[in-house]
Design a protein around this ligand. Structure first.
Ligand code: SAH
Ligand code: SF4
Length: 446
């Protein structure tokens, strides 16, 4: 099992240096990740899905935890539901604005040092294609400059196409729409204009930086700075929903856990965020996709999650065989392709659900015709209901790969389609603002 600090853990209490994860993170040894539910000896401070100790933030707790907090404060338990509704449905970020609570209680909570503490968007970069990249500051940030990145893509990036979400419907290319059903202005509408109905994809980070040293990815250059808490992961969603006045159940927003970090190396907090988003925000896990570089113990835990809380799964395959994959993704030396596929087979898919294999095309390295034929064989042999999402490599400073020729991309896709494997090309969104896949690195230049 891997810690997030470049150390490999053989036994629950023994650590040895691991060369697979980036050495730049060895200073963060206290941030260990517990992958096995049976391992109870870990003292990970990052496994708790609620706030960090000592922090006065209420955001991140579910209704039950908030109810317990209220009872401790001598209030009835149902005050917890009022708080949860205020944070997760009404996007309120100030205690003083929660008018369902008595004024005296609001004042008392504030006087005791409590605050909502939801992550806040501190900077917005606008792409010519409508994509927005946000720097989000977390309440528990270790430094005032520490931010994580979240990306909003109106109309999505075709990443969900063909995987049984209704992003496949013809409407997927027509948003944001005017709401032709009601044509009623809402409180969020500008003036008397009808309210726009969004169809978008939101890409969320699970860690600050990443310890999985993929050679083609800019986030890897940061190393792992720290894990995000469940509240910090879900908080990115709420901050963006607030910005766009999202109405859950009416606007269609797909969530992809494909921003900075490896979600399965921050498993408890990632799943804590999913549960919060399902239970308290009212989102469907079928509108969420988590992408992993192939952390086998994480995939095995994921396979055991109940369907009502299990997002869809994407695997960053990125290479046609172990030799090339180990070169570009050193994590493959620990968990090779066959081990990853075996673990994925344990996931009980819903009707029409498919596994997504993501495949980054690196010019001359992974985009050749023989690679496409090999990927087709690999996917067929896996026996999994699957589709392949091709991603042309997005360049980043200091990374020595090249973007594939468009003819090579098309030929690759045709080979897969000819082999009856659904294959889609993910649109590069927000490249001009460093918002595209693998470009997230807290870049402050727009
Ligand atoms: N850590 C997870 C999720 C975040 S990365 C994972 O690796 O799956 C999300 C996707 O972006 C992955 O499929 C990854 O292979 C891809 N990616 C990383 N760097 C990229 C780049 N420079 N260009 C295109 N895709 C990239
Ligand atoms: Fe981490 Fe994913 Fe980037 Fe690999 S591709 S370094 S796992 S964020």
């Amino acid at each position: 099992m891997h810690g997030t600090d470049g150390f490999f853990r053989g036994e629950c209490n023994r650590w040895a240096k691991c060369s697979i994860l980036t050495p730049a993170v060895s200073k963060n040894r206290n941030q260990l990740v517990r992958l096995h539910p049976s391992c109870t000896t870990s003292k990970s401070q990052t496994c708790s899905p609620s706030r960090n100790p000592g922090s006065p933030a209420l955001f991140g707790m579910d209704a039950e935890a908030l109810a317990a907090r209220m009872v401790e404060a001598g209030e009835p338990a149902w005050r917890g539901s009022q708080l949860a509704k205020a944070f997760y449905r009404q996007y309120i970020t100030e205690l003083s604005e929660i008018t369902t609570l008595p004024k005296l209680l609001r004042q008392r909570l504030a006087a005791e040092g409590w605050q909502v503490g939801r992550p806040q968007i501190t900077q917005v970069f606008h792409s010519a294609d409508g994509t927005e990249r946000y720097l989000v500051q977390c309440q528990n940030a270790q430094a005032s400059t520490e931010t994580v990145e979240t990306v909003w893509m109106p109309e999505g990036d075709d990443g969900e196409t063909g995987d049984s979400s209704d992003a496949d419907s013809p409407k997927s290319s027509s948003a944001p729409d005017l709401d032709t059903e009601s044509r009623k202005p809402t409180s969020n509408a500008e003036g008397d204009l009808p309210r726009r109905r969004w169809h978008a994809t939101l890409c969320i980070s699970s860690q600050v930086g990443c310890a999985v040293n993929c050679q083609f990815c800019l986030t890897a250059k940061l190393g792992l700075q720290r894990n995000l808490t469940a509240g910090e992961i879900a908080g990115q969603v709420l901050a963006v929903f607030d910005r766009h006045a999202i109405e859950v159940g009416r606007d269609r927003v797909n969530l992809v856990f494909m921003g900075m970090g490896e979600p399965f190396l921050n498993y408890d907090n990632f799943m804590g965020a999913v549960r919060l988003l399902v239970r308290e925000v009212g989102l469907s896990p079928q509108r969420m996709t988590v992408s992993t570089s192939g952390i086998v113990p994480g995939i095995e835990r994921f396979a055991a999650e109940p369907p009502e809380f299990r997002p869809k799964l994407a695997i960053s395959l990125n290479a046609p065989n172990d030799a090339i994959r180990s070169e570009i993704m050193p994590i493959n030396r620990k968990w090779p392709i066959a081990a990853v596929v075996d673990a994925v087979r344990q996931v009980r898919l819903r009707p029409r659900e498919r596994i997504t294999f993501e495949y980054v095309l690196l010019g001359g390295v992974t985009d050749r015709p023989e690679h496409a034929a090999e990927v087709a064989r690999l996917v067929r042999r896996s026996g999994l209901p699957a589709k392949v999402n091709l991603i042309a490599w997005n360049p980043g400073p200091g990374i020595d790969y090249s973007t594939p020729q468009s003819e090579a991309v098309e030929a690759f896709r045709s080979t897969l389609i000819d082999a009856d494997i659904p294959a889609y090309l993910r649109k590069p969104r927000g490249r001009d603002i460093y918002a595209a896949c693998g470009q997230l690195k807290r870049t402050v230049e727009g």
